[in-house]
Design a protein around this ligand. Structure first.
Ligand SMILES: [Zn+2]
Length: 214
C-alpha cells in the first residue's frame, strides 16, 4: 500500500507530552486511535473534521497516560480495544470492549494492516504497532531513548530482548513514531536510531544494564 493511501496523524495531547496517533484508510474512511490518554473531544473532533469514522482503538501498554481516555471514548463509540493480554487486566474498561492479543496478530483498519509486536520490558504487555513502514513504539523505544524499566512490572532484561531481538531487526527505513514527544523532533528513522540511540545499539545485556542503571 502506497504511503499516500494511508491516513496517519500524530497529535501531541495532555500535560505529559503524549503522542496520540490516528491511522486510517482514506478510501473506506475507517480509522483507529492509538493510546487515547488525553483530550478525547479533540481526538473525536479531529477525526470528524478529517471525515473519518472511528472503528478500533489500540493501546501500547496499560499506563494511565496512554489509556485514560478509553472510558470516555466508549461513551461515544462502541469499538474494540486491542491490548496485549499481559496488560489487559490493568485496563479499566468493560471487559466486552477489550480484545486481548498475544502479539504477532495483524488487525485491519479498512485496507490498512496493522501488525502487532509484543515488546515487554517497560510493562509486561507492552506492544508496538508496525503499519506501512511506521513503528508506533509506545514507551518501549523513544528517539535516542527507551522506556523506563524501574516502574512496577518493568524488567530491563526483557526490555533488552525486545529492543535487540524484535525492534533492531526491523528495516532501517522504518519511521519511528514514539509514545511521547521527548526529543527535539517528533519522528526518526530506525536506521538512525540503530546508530545514535545507545539503548538500541548496545551489543550485550551487561552493557544495557549498566546503561539503564541496574
Ligand atoms: Zn508508560
Amino acid at each position: 500500500m502506497a504511503e499516500s493511501t494511508m491516513y496517519l496523524k500524530q497529535l501531541e495531547l495532555g500535560p505529559m507530552q503524549n503522542f496520540i496517533y490516528l491511522i486510517g484508510d482514506p478510501e473506506t474512511r475507517e480509522a483507529a486511535v492509538v493510546d487515547p490518554g488525553w483530550e478525547v473531544p479533540t481526538i473525536l473532533k479531529t477525526l470528524a473534521q478529517d471525515g473519518y469514522r472511528l472503528t478500533n482503538a489500540f493501546v501500547t501498554h496499560h499506563h494511565f497516560d496512554h489509556v485514560m481516555g478509553l472510558a470516555e471514548l466508549l461513551t461515544s463509540v462502541d469499538i474494540p480495544i486491542y491490548a496485549h493480554r499481559d496488560d489487559a487486566p490493568l485496563i479499566h474498561v468493560a471487559p466486552t470492549s477489550l480484545k486481548p492479543v498475544a502479539g504477532g496478530e495483524t488487525v485491519a483498519v479498512g485496507r490498512v494492516s496493522i501488525q502487532l509486536i509484543h515488546t515487554p520490558g517497560h510493562t509486561p504487555g507492552s506492544q508496538c504497532l508496525l503499519v506501512n513502514g511506521r513503528l508506533l513504539s509506545g514507551d518501549t523505544l523513544f528517539i535516542r531513548g527507551c522506556g523506563r524499566c524501574d516502574l512496577p512490572g518493568g524488567d530491563p532484561r526483557t526490555l533488552f530482548e525486545s529492543l535487540s531481538k524484535k525492534l533492531r531487526p526491523l528495516n532501517d527505513e522504518t519511521i519511528l513514531c514514539p509514545g511521547h514527544h521527548y526529543a527535539d523532533v517528533p519522528t526518526s528513522r530506525l536506521g538512525e536510531e540503530k546508530q545514535e540511540n545507545p539503548y538500541l545499539s548496545v551489543a550485550t545485556l551487561h552493557e544495557f544494564l549498566q546503561l539503564v542503571g541496574f
